[in-house]
Design a protein around this ligand. Structure first.
Ligand code: PHE
Ligand code: ZN
Length: 852
């Protein structure tokens, strides 16, 4: 039975649970359609709670029997859980329930994927396994017995024993139920070991299906690197005898940090040179690090309630970004992260789904695993570190670990350790957690020739967002450096701390009017609204010592030229073409950075830009300008392209390291341009000789750019039809490269392919996610992109609400476009909203997007 009116949960209503849980004993008798779960839970009255209502969450469970202290009881059961009269003091609760993992297509709770049993409990999946106070502030020690006719049976913690048809696990660390995990199946392992800095020997395993054993080595190396890094940088050691990672084909998200038993989407862990691209390898390394780092930021210290999600996610994203910067290139990572922030978080923060880093209410928590909580949450930590300095940062974090180990903590706890160690008042800084929307920063310059004084005056403004009309000034760390007229740096980077709505900063004793480099390293997640002439941007592109701002200057030029071309068929700006040519020729510059400089702002970013200026973006005009600019760039660079392509070929055996990957990335970007002027000849040659997926896929992409590749697409399909992850690329690429008028048909046709399925989120995202990312295809004037998306989301919602709701966000920018587009989008959203039995997840998302 579904809820007629979904309930809203508020942060301000938090109250502790009436009972503490001393221990949890679970027995699983596995059977695909009728798994029995026996629970034995020791409860005691919680001294800090006043409400003693004994309510246990439970959804989609068949209660077989329940006992309190050995005596059978008959609780009152609803579709949300149960209540029951309980003794005054401590007592033992026992229950037996039956569940149906084989029919669990939502992929929350216990489900089956390619014949194996696995679980996903964050955020509220444990209540689909047994009756329990399923909230993160209830922590306990779990002992788990698994029985079944399955060769490998895993759970959290250390293995206590095993025999024919059973295994027992015990996790000594108290944890909330969302970190519970169980896996059982016919799995094989890639084993290794790690000695921690205090000498503890840890057994490491990556568990996979039989055919995937050759795809584990890279993930294992990434795990060991992460373990070492967390010891060296944060002083954090691993705390169990064993660390298991399992690869699962059907998974809603990237991966999950269950204590001692991380469960990964196979796309986030499995890789071989033949099947995975350099980008896949880099992402895998980052996700393995992320999940591993959660062992301290998330598991040892967890969240009091789900409003505090950024406490673990923002911090852990920040930590994994630090790790990637250390083991790869810091500027390349930073630029990549900012591109991602602008592509995913800015639209969220400036549209109907805008919410604070710490939301104050929700209907379905699954809808708040967002770019704002994760990526803006990480930016907030980065600002804090920049403001207090590295030394104070690590001192505060040490105190956080010391004081809150074993706690379910809050953002207040987190900020307090910084206040105590630095003596700073962070009450204004805290607005970053409560105020939604992206602050816009404008700047005015004043130069006093006589005194040699240069003044920067900043103004900040945040536009109203849903539920927040009034905005207060935020603390913005603005990293600034000054360049002299000849391009030399006359003032090194300094962090200006802006706290007022309008504020001036003076630089004295300058010999000549400087050129400022503002918001270096993207020191705050704001929109810097500063119109520079193309000569000024070209100057920074040539001279800025800050790699991020150097890239940004090129980006500004590209953006300006694209906007001109959208508006008036203009020719590309000569400063842009010349500046990029110089950058590409600069052999001292990291090839990966050069590749990033060559990339254009996305069509969606241009649309956002136009919308910000009060104009109505026309997706097809933006598409045309994008195509025209790429063609003009290819023509302009036609002599240089073959040289760069040749220079960046890698002769050594394949390695996914940053250096090789950087060469390939630049060669790939070059091939994309070349393919516009050589009829796909180079791409065809590359396709034939490719011996790794990075080369094979970029060649196929080059062929599609050139309007060729029919035969290669078929060959690729035949070669890889048995590899799900590679086939996802095959599906996605075709939609990504479809022309605007054809994108919906291409996606539609691919959903009819026998290998398309609604039960595998990766496959659904490969096709429909790619349609959503094909800007002019999804936002096509005919409305057919919207209509197809609505059809497929409606079909998916019946099986998998969580993934449906996440994908719904593709509509979040619908009000940017003209009335005809809006009418089509609105009709699609209303059709989704009107679907009988629509999930709470999707209902909330669609309602927010339709609200005025
Ligand atoms: N906690 C996971 C992570 O960020 C994400 C996740 C959320 C996975 C919900 C599954 C379900 O690492
Ligand atoms: Zn996380």
């Amino acid at each position: 039975m579904k809820d007629a009116s979904p309930q809203t949960i508020y942060l301000k209503d938090y109250t502790p649970f009436g009972f503490t849980v001393e221990s949890v004993d679970l027995t699983f008798r596995l059977a695909p359609h009728a798994t029995r779960v026996l629970s034995k839970i020791r409860f005691a009255p919680n001294p800090v709670a006043s409400d003693r209502t004994f309510f246990l969450h439970g959804e989609e469970l068949t209660l077989i029997s329940a006992r309190i202290d050995g005596t059978e009881v008959t609780p009152e059961v609803t579709d949300k859980g149960l209540t029951c009269a309980v003794p005054e003091g401590a007592f033992t609760w026992e229950a037996e329930v039956e569940i149906d993992p084989a029919n669990n297509t939502a992929l929350e709770g216990l489900y089956m994927s390619s014949g194996m049993y696995c679980t996903q409990c964050e955020a509220e999946g444990f209540r689909k396994i047994t009756f329990y106070p399923d909230r993160p502030d209830v922590m306990s020690v779990f002992t788990v017995r698994i029985e079944g006719d399955v060769p490998v049976m895993l759970s959290n913690g250390n293995k206590q024993g095993q025999g024919e048809g059973w295994a027992e696990w015990h996790d000594p660390w108290p944890k909330p139920a969302y970190l519970f995990a169980l896996v059982a199946g016919d799995l094989v392992n890639h084993p290794d070991r790690f000695i921690t800095k205090s000498g503890r020997e840890v057994e490491l395993n990556i568990w996979v299906r039989k055919g995937d054993l050759h795809k584990c080595a890279f993930g294992m190396e990434a795990l060991k690197k992460s373990m070492t890094w967390d010891e060296e940088v944060y002083g954090r050691e691993y705390d169990l005898d064993i660390f298991n990672i399992v690869a699962v084909d059907d998974f809603n998200m990237g991966a999950m940090e269950n204590k001692g038993l991380n469960i990964f989407n196979s796309s986030a862990v499995l890789a071989s040179p033949e099947t995975a691209t350099d980008m896949n390898f880099e992402r895998i390394e980052a996700i393995i690090a992320h999940e591993y780092f959660h062992n301290w930021t998330g598991n040892r210290i967890t969240c009091r309630d789900w409003f505090q999600l950024c406490l673990k996610e923002g911090l852990t994203v920040f930590r994994d970004a630090q790790f990637t910067s250390d083991v790869r290139s810091a500027p390349v990572k930073r630029i990549g992260d900012v591109m991602d922030l602008r592509a995913r978080q800015f639209p969220e923060d400036n549209g109907p789904l805008s919410h604070p880093v710490r939301p104050e209410s929700f209907q379905e928590i699954n809808n708040f695993y967002t770019a704002t909580v994760y990526e803006k949450g990480a930016e907030v930590i980065g600002m804090l570190k920049r403001l207090v300095g590295d030394e104070a940062y690590y001192k505060a974090v040490d105190l956080y670990f010391e004081r809150h180990d074993g706690d379910a903590a809050t953002i207040e706890d987190w900020l307090k350790v910084f206040e105590e160690t630095t003596g700073r008042d962070l009450s204004q800084f805290k607005r970053w957690y409560s105020q939604s929307g992206t602050p816009r920063l404008t700047v005015e310059e004043a130069w006093d020739e006589g005194g040699g004084t240069y003044t920067l005056t900043f103004r900040q403004e945040t536009r109203p967002t849903p539920g927040q009309a009034e905005k207060l000034p935020q603390v913005i760390p603005i990293a600034v450096g000054l360049l002299g007229p000849n391009g030399d740096e006359v003032r090194p980077t300094e962090v200006l701390e802006m706290t007022e709505a309008e504020q001036s900063f003076r630089f004295e004793g300058l010999a000549a009017r400087p050129a400022p480099s503002i918001l270096r390293d993207f020191s705050a997640p704001v929109i810097l609204d500063r119109s520079l002439t193309s000569a000024e941007n070209a100057f920074l592109l040539a001279h800025d010592t800050d790699p991020f701002n150097r890239w940004e200057a090129g980006r500004n030029l590209a953006r300006a030229t694209l906007l001109d071309m959208v508006e008036g068929d203009a020719q590309p700006d000569a400063d842009y073409l010349d500046g990029i040519t110089a950058v590409l020729r600069d052999r001292a510059l990291d090839p990966a950075l050069r590749a990033q400089m060559l990339a254009l702002p996305s069509q969606s970013e241009i649309a956002q830009q136009l919308h910000d200026r009060g104009q109505t973006p026309d997706p097809e005009a933006i598409y045309a300008a994008h195509e025209a600019l790429k063609l003009r760039m290819a023509e302009h660079l036609q002599d240089l392209l073959p040289v760069l392509y040749a220079e960046n070929q890698v002769d050594a055996p394949y390695s996914p390291d940053a250096e090789q990957a950087g060469n390939r990335e630049l060669a790939m970007a070059v091939l994309g341009l070349l393919s516009r002027i050589d009829g796909g000849a180079q791409a065809a040659r590359q396709y034939d000789s490719a011996d790794n997926m990075t080369l094979q896929l970029s060649a196929l992409s080059g062929l599609l750019i050139a309007g060729k590749g029919e035969a290669q697409l078929q060959a690729f399909h035949d070669q890889w039809q048995d590899d799900r992850l590679v086939m996802d690329k095959w599906f996605g690429l075709q939609v990504a490269h479809a022309a605007p008028a054809q994108a919906a048909e291409v996606a539609q046709r691919l959903t009819e392919h026998p290998a398309f399925t609604l039960t595998n989120p990766n496959r659904f995202r490969a096709v429909m996610g790619a349609l959503g990312m094909n800007h002019a295809g999804f936002h096509h004037a005919s409305g057919k992109g919207y209509a197809l998306m609505a059809d497929k989301l409606i079909a998916l919602d019946a099986k998998n609400p969580q993934t449906t709701a996440r994908m719904c966000a593709l509509f979040q920018t619908w009000r940017r476009y003209d009335a005809a587009h809006q009418a089509h989008a609105k009709a699609a959203l209303e059709r989704i909203a009107a679907t009988p039995d629509l999930s709470r997840d999707t209902t909330e998302m669609v309602t927010r997007m339709l609200a005025v």
